[in-house]
Design a protein around this ligand. Structure first.
Ligand SMILES: N[C@@H](CCC(=O)N[C@@H](CS)C(=O)NCC(=O)O)C(=O)O
Length: 98
């Protein structure tokens, strides 16, 4: 069981999904920030390996840069957006087990 899976009878942190590429400094920064906030697993979608997933990312987010981050069903946006969320104090609530 990973830390983000629900313990028996318990609740878990929502899944974190990140559209990413092989070479992406902003993605690494985002991963570091999320790790510092207790995120132990990120579902990474490599848009450089799969043009279909890039098209999906653009349709779903309206953005073309990586990373694009989801916490559960909530679209956070890119690294700048993640930092802004953290500074506003709202990131912890989004990551709270539910
Ligand atoms: N402000 C964005 C910048 C993201 C960004 O520039 N990502 C680069 C990769 S690290 C990218 O997608 N470059 C391709 C492009 O600009 O089309 C963020 O904070 O996420």
């Amino acid at each position: 069981m990973t830390a983000q899976e629900a313990p028996p009878g318990g609740v878990a942190m929502p899944p974190v999904t990140m559209y990413t590429t092989a070479v992406c400094p902003f993605c690494l920064q985002a991963e570091r920030l999320l790790a510092s906030r207790g995120v132990t697993a990120i579902d990474k979608i490599r848009v450089d390996q799969d043009p279909g997933r890039r098209a999906e990312m653009m349709a779903r987010t309206g953005r073309r840069t990586v990373p694009q981050i989801y916490i559960g069903e909530a679209h956070v946006g890119g690294y700048d957006d993640l930092v802004a969320l953290e500074r506003s104090g709202k990131l912890a609530a989004l990551l709270a087990p539910r």
